[in-house]
Design a protein around this ligand. Structure first.
Ligand code: AMP
Ligand code: MN
Ligand code: MN
Ligand code: MN
Length: 276
Protein backbone atom coordinates (compact mmCIF):
# COMPACT_ATOMS: atom_id res chain seq x y z
CA UNK A 1 0.00 0.00 0.00
CA UNK A 2 1.47 3.37 -0.96
CA UNK A 3 1.66 5.86 1.88
CA UNK A 4 -0.59 8.88 1.40
CA UNK A 5 -0.52 12.21 3.26
CA UNK A 6 -3.03 14.58 1.74
CA UNK A 7 -2.76 17.67 3.98
CA UNK A 8 0.40 19.68 4.69
CA UNK A 9 1.76 23.22 4.86
CA UNK A 10 4.89 25.07 3.78
CA UNK A 11 6.34 28.56 4.15
CA UNK A 12 3.96 29.60 1.36
CA UNK A 13 1.42 29.86 4.21
CA UNK A 14 2.10 29.06 7.87
CA UNK A 15 4.31 25.98 7.69
CA UNK A 16 7.91 26.09 8.92
CA UNK A 17 9.57 24.32 5.97
CA UNK A 18 10.07 25.68 2.48
CA UNK A 19 8.24 23.60 -0.16
CA UNK A 20 11.47 21.87 -1.27
CA UNK A 21 12.46 21.08 2.35
CA UNK A 22 8.96 19.70 2.98
CA UNK A 23 9.32 17.40 -0.04
CA UNK A 24 12.76 16.23 1.16
CA UNK A 25 11.34 15.42 4.58
CA UNK A 26 8.35 13.61 3.09
CA UNK A 27 10.70 11.43 1.02
CA UNK A 28 12.74 10.72 4.16
CA UNK A 29 9.51 9.67 5.91
CA UNK A 30 8.74 7.36 2.95
CA UNK A 31 5.62 9.19 1.90
CA UNK A 32 4.62 8.09 -1.60
CA UNK A 33 1.90 10.65 -2.32
CA UNK A 34 1.90 14.05 -0.62
CA UNK A 35 -0.55 16.92 -1.06
CA UNK A 36 0.75 20.40 -0.30
CA UNK A 37 -2.34 22.29 0.88
CA UNK A 38 -1.29 25.77 1.95
CA UNK A 39 -3.91 28.13 3.34
CA UNK A 40 -5.63 30.20 0.64
CA UNK A 41 -2.66 30.04 -1.73
CA UNK A 42 -1.09 27.77 -4.33
CA UNK A 43 2.15 29.74 -4.54
CA UNK A 44 4.35 26.97 -3.09
CA UNK A 45 3.30 24.30 -5.60
CA UNK A 46 5.79 25.22 -8.34
CA UNK A 47 8.81 24.81 -6.07
CA UNK A 48 7.31 21.66 -4.55
CA UNK A 49 6.70 20.06 -7.97
CA UNK A 50 10.26 20.85 -9.07
CA UNK A 51 11.60 19.27 -5.87
CA UNK A 52 9.47 16.15 -6.35
CA UNK A 53 10.46 15.69 -9.99
CA UNK A 54 12.49 12.54 -10.55
CA UNK A 55 11.99 11.38 -6.96
CA UNK A 56 9.92 8.53 -5.52
CA UNK A 57 7.30 11.02 -4.35
CA UNK A 58 4.21 12.13 -6.22
CA UNK A 59 3.10 15.63 -5.29
CA UNK A 60 -0.60 16.42 -5.47
CA UNK A 61 -1.40 20.09 -6.12
CA UNK A 62 -3.60 21.18 -3.23
CA UNK A 63 -4.93 24.14 -1.30
CA UNK A 64 -6.83 24.66 1.98
CA UNK A 65 -9.50 27.31 1.63
CA UNK A 66 -10.83 29.24 4.65
CA UNK A 67 -14.63 29.43 4.67
CA UNK A 68 -17.32 30.58 7.06
CA UNK A 69 -20.32 28.38 7.71
CA UNK A 70 -22.91 29.74 10.16
CA UNK A 71 -20.30 31.75 12.10
CA UNK A 72 -17.90 28.78 12.21
CA UNK A 73 -14.60 28.82 10.35
CA UNK A 74 -14.54 25.67 8.23
CA UNK A 75 -11.61 24.60 6.08
CA UNK A 76 -12.09 23.01 2.66
CA UNK A 77 -9.13 21.25 1.06
CA UNK A 78 -8.87 21.07 -2.72
CA UNK A 79 -6.91 18.11 -4.15
CA UNK A 80 -5.56 17.95 -7.70
CA UNK A 81 -6.45 21.55 -8.42
CA UNK A 82 -4.86 23.29 -11.39
CA UNK A 83 -2.80 26.10 -9.83
CA UNK A 84 -2.90 27.99 -13.12
CA UNK A 85 -6.70 28.19 -13.10
CA UNK A 86 -7.54 31.89 -13.22
CA UNK A 87 -10.86 31.63 -11.40
CA UNK A 88 -9.19 29.81 -8.52
CA UNK A 89 -6.18 32.13 -8.22
CA UNK A 90 -8.40 35.22 -8.35
CA UNK A 91 -10.72 33.77 -5.70
CA UNK A 92 -7.80 32.86 -3.43
CA UNK A 93 -6.31 36.35 -3.80
CA UNK A 94 -9.65 37.72 -2.68
CA UNK A 95 -9.79 35.40 0.37
CA UNK A 96 -6.23 36.43 1.33
CA UNK A 97 -7.03 40.11 1.01
CA UNK A 98 -8.90 40.25 4.31
CA UNK A 99 -6.06 38.69 6.29
CA UNK A 100 -3.92 41.76 6.92
CA UNK A 101 -6.77 43.90 8.27
CA UNK A 102 -7.83 40.94 10.40
CA UNK A 103 -4.28 40.66 11.75
CA UNK A 104 -4.42 44.31 12.81
CA UNK A 105 -7.70 43.63 14.61
CA UNK A 106 -6.17 40.58 16.33
CA UNK A 107 -3.24 42.75 17.47
CA UNK A 108 -5.55 45.49 18.76
CA UNK A 109 -7.53 42.92 20.69
CA UNK A 110 -4.35 41.37 22.12
CA UNK A 111 -3.11 44.85 23.13
CA UNK A 112 -6.29 45.25 25.18
CA UNK A 113 -5.47 41.96 26.88
CA UNK A 114 -2.01 43.22 27.79
CA UNK A 115 0.03 41.96 24.82
CA UNK A 116 1.57 44.96 23.04
CA UNK A 117 3.01 45.09 19.50
CA UNK A 118 1.70 41.69 18.45
CA UNK A 119 1.28 42.69 14.80
CA UNK A 120 4.97 43.59 14.51
CA UNK A 121 5.83 40.47 16.49
CA UNK A 122 3.79 38.17 14.27
CA UNK A 123 5.18 39.82 11.11
CA UNK A 124 8.65 38.60 12.03
CA UNK A 125 7.39 35.04 11.58
CA UNK A 126 5.64 35.63 8.28
CA UNK A 127 7.34 33.74 5.46
CA UNK A 128 5.18 34.76 2.49
CA UNK A 129 4.36 38.41 1.94
CA UNK A 130 1.03 37.18 0.59
CA UNK A 131 -0.37 35.87 3.85
CA UNK A 132 -0.39 36.26 7.64
CA UNK A 133 -2.08 33.64 9.84
CA UNK A 134 -2.79 33.06 13.52
CA UNK A 135 0.06 30.54 13.51
CA UNK A 136 2.44 33.49 13.07
CA UNK A 137 0.86 35.21 16.08
CA UNK A 138 1.21 31.95 18.02
CA UNK A 139 4.95 31.75 17.33
CA UNK A 140 5.40 35.35 18.48
CA UNK A 141 3.38 34.74 21.66
CA UNK A 142 5.49 31.69 22.53
CA UNK A 143 8.73 33.61 21.87
CA UNK A 144 7.50 36.51 24.04
CA UNK A 145 6.75 34.13 26.91
CA UNK A 146 2.94 34.13 26.84
CA UNK A 147 2.74 30.35 26.71
CA UNK A 148 4.72 27.14 26.48
CA UNK A 149 3.74 26.05 23.00
CA UNK A 150 1.65 27.11 20.04
CA UNK A 151 -1.14 24.85 21.28
CA UNK A 152 -0.92 26.54 24.67
CA UNK A 153 -1.18 30.09 23.31
CA UNK A 154 -4.14 29.06 21.15
CA UNK A 155 -5.84 27.89 24.32
CA UNK A 156 -5.08 31.14 26.14
CA UNK A 157 -5.12 33.81 23.44
CA UNK A 158 -5.96 32.85 19.88
CA UNK A 159 -8.72 30.27 20.01
CA UNK A 160 -12.42 31.01 19.61
CA UNK A 161 -13.68 33.13 22.52
CA UNK A 162 -10.18 34.18 23.64
CA UNK A 163 -8.84 37.77 23.68
CA UNK A 164 -6.92 37.43 20.41
CA UNK A 165 -9.81 35.88 18.51
CA UNK A 166 -11.73 38.14 16.15
CA UNK A 167 -14.66 37.16 13.98
CA UNK A 168 -13.90 37.16 10.27
CA UNK A 169 -16.03 36.50 7.21
CA UNK A 170 -14.17 34.06 4.96
CA UNK A 171 -15.50 32.60 1.70
CA UNK A 172 -18.83 30.79 1.46
CA UNK A 173 -18.39 27.04 1.64
CA UNK A 174 -20.30 26.44 -1.61
CA UNK A 175 -18.09 28.97 -3.41
CA UNK A 176 -14.94 27.18 -2.22
CA UNK A 177 -16.30 23.88 -3.58
CA UNK A 178 -17.13 25.56 -6.91
CA UNK A 179 -13.66 27.11 -7.26
CA UNK A 180 -12.02 23.75 -6.53
CA UNK A 181 -14.24 21.99 -9.07
CA UNK A 182 -13.65 24.73 -11.67
CA UNK A 183 -9.92 24.08 -11.23
CA UNK A 184 -10.47 20.34 -11.79
CA UNK A 185 -10.04 19.29 -8.16
CA UNK A 186 -11.87 17.35 -5.49
CA UNK A 187 -13.29 19.21 -2.48
CA UNK A 188 -12.52 17.70 0.92
CA UNK A 189 -13.90 18.85 4.27
CA UNK A 190 -10.79 19.29 6.45
CA UNK A 191 -10.50 17.99 10.04
CA UNK A 192 -14.29 17.91 10.66
CA UNK A 193 -13.97 16.99 14.34
CA UNK A 194 -12.40 20.40 15.01
CA UNK A 195 -15.60 22.34 14.43
CA UNK A 196 -17.43 23.14 17.63
CA UNK A 197 -20.92 22.23 16.54
CA UNK A 198 -23.59 19.98 18.03
CA UNK A 199 -24.35 16.55 16.57
CA UNK A 200 -27.29 18.09 14.72
CA UNK A 201 -25.09 20.95 13.52
CA UNK A 202 -22.53 18.45 12.21
CA UNK A 203 -25.19 16.58 10.21
CA UNK A 204 -26.31 19.93 8.78
CA UNK A 205 -22.73 20.86 7.87
CA UNK A 206 -22.10 17.48 6.24
CA UNK A 207 -25.44 17.66 4.42
CA UNK A 208 -24.81 21.15 3.12
CA UNK A 209 -21.26 20.26 2.09
CA UNK A 210 -22.67 17.24 0.23
CA UNK A 211 -25.38 19.33 -1.46
CA UNK A 212 -22.75 21.90 -2.48
CA UNK A 213 -20.94 19.10 -4.32
CA UNK A 214 -18.34 18.24 -1.66
CA UNK A 215 -16.52 15.03 -2.61
CA UNK A 216 -14.78 13.79 0.52
CA UNK A 217 -14.12 14.31 4.21
CA UNK A 218 -10.94 13.81 6.21
CA UNK A 219 -11.35 10.73 8.38
CA UNK A 220 -7.78 10.70 9.64
CA UNK A 221 -6.19 13.98 10.72
CA UNK A 222 -3.83 15.09 13.46
CA UNK A 223 -6.85 16.88 14.93
CA UNK A 224 -8.80 13.62 15.30
CA UNK A 225 -8.75 11.10 18.13
CA UNK A 226 -9.28 7.43 17.24
CA UNK A 227 -12.89 7.73 18.39
CA UNK A 228 -13.42 10.78 16.17
CA UNK A 229 -11.83 9.00 13.20
CA UNK A 230 -14.35 6.17 13.71
CA UNK A 231 -17.18 8.66 13.98
CA UNK A 232 -16.24 10.39 10.75
CA UNK A 233 -15.67 7.08 9.00
CA UNK A 234 -19.35 6.33 9.75
CA UNK A 235 -20.36 9.82 8.59
CA UNK A 236 -18.44 9.25 5.35
CA UNK A 237 -20.42 6.08 4.73
CA UNK A 238 -23.81 7.57 5.62
CA UNK A 239 -23.28 10.67 3.48
CA UNK A 240 -21.49 8.75 0.69
CA UNK A 241 -18.31 10.80 0.90
CA UNK A 242 -14.93 9.56 -0.25
CA UNK A 243 -12.45 9.38 2.64
CA UNK A 244 -9.23 11.34 2.94
CA UNK A 245 -6.31 11.32 5.37
CA UNK A 246 -3.65 13.89 6.14
CA UNK A 247 -1.26 14.90 8.89
CA UNK A 248 -1.85 18.67 8.58
CA UNK A 249 1.91 18.92 9.08
CA UNK A 250 3.23 22.42 9.84
CA UNK A 251 6.84 21.70 10.75
CA UNK A 252 9.29 19.99 13.09
CA UNK A 253 8.45 20.45 16.75
CA UNK A 254 5.11 22.03 16.04
CA UNK A 255 2.88 19.29 14.74
CA UNK A 256 1.13 16.44 16.49
CA UNK A 257 1.90 14.06 13.69
CA UNK A 258 5.01 13.54 11.58
CA UNK A 259 4.59 13.78 7.83
CA UNK A 260 3.02 10.58 6.57
CA UNK A 261 2.14 9.37 10.05
CA UNK A 262 -1.51 8.85 9.25
CA UNK A 263 -3.37 5.65 10.01
CA UNK A 264 -4.80 3.47 7.24
CA UNK A 265 -8.39 4.10 6.26
CA UNK A 266 -10.93 1.37 7.01
CA UNK A 267 -11.20 -1.00 4.05
CA UNK A 268 -14.96 -0.46 3.76
CA UNK A 269 -14.50 3.20 2.80
CA UNK A 270 -13.63 4.41 -0.68
CA UNK A 271 -10.47 6.53 -0.48
CA UNK A 272 -10.38 9.90 -2.21
CA UNK A 273 -7.53 8.59 -4.39
CA UNK A 274 -9.40 5.51 -5.68
CA UNK A 275 -9.96 7.06 -9.11
CA UNK A 276 -6.64 8.87 -9.47
P1 AMP B 1 -5.92 31.30 10.50
O1 AMP B 1 -6.19 30.68 9.15
O2 AMP B 1 -5.13 32.58 10.40
O3 AMP B 1 -7.13 31.41 11.35
O4 AMP B 1 -4.93 30.31 11.25
C1 AMP B 1 -5.26 28.97 11.39
C2 AMP B 1 -4.01 28.21 11.73
O5 AMP B 1 -3.66 28.37 13.07
C3 AMP B 1 -4.15 26.71 11.57
O6 AMP B 1 -3.98 26.30 10.25
C4 AMP B 1 -3.01 26.22 12.42
O7 AMP B 1 -1.80 26.42 11.74
C5 AMP B 1 -3.08 27.17 13.57
N1 AMP B 1 -3.91 26.66 14.67
C6 AMP B 1 -5.24 26.78 14.83
N2 AMP B 1 -5.66 26.22 15.98
C7 AMP B 1 -4.55 25.75 16.58
C8 AMP B 1 -4.27 25.08 17.82
N3 AMP B 1 -5.25 24.78 18.69
N4 AMP B 1 -3.00 24.73 18.09
C9 AMP B 1 -2.00 25.02 17.23
N5 AMP B 1 -2.18 25.64 16.06
C10 AMP B 1 -3.43 26.02 15.74
MN1 MN C 1 -1.98 26.45 9.49
MN1 MN D 1 -7.17 23.69 8.76
MN1 MN E 1 -4.14 22.68 7.44
Amino acid sequence: MPRYDLHSHSTASDGLLAPSALIARAIEQRVDVLALTDHDDTDGLGEAQRAAQGSSLTLVNGVEISTTWRSHTVHVVGLHVDPANDALTAALAHVREGRDARAHRIAASLAQAGVPRAYEGARKYVTSDRLISRAHFARFLVEAGYGRSTQDVFKRYLGEGKPGYVAHAWAAIGDAVSWIHAAGGQAVLAHPARYRVTATGMRKLLGEFKDAGGDAIEVHSASHTFAQAEEFARHARVFAFLASAGSDYHGPGESWLELGAVAELPSWLEPVWSRW
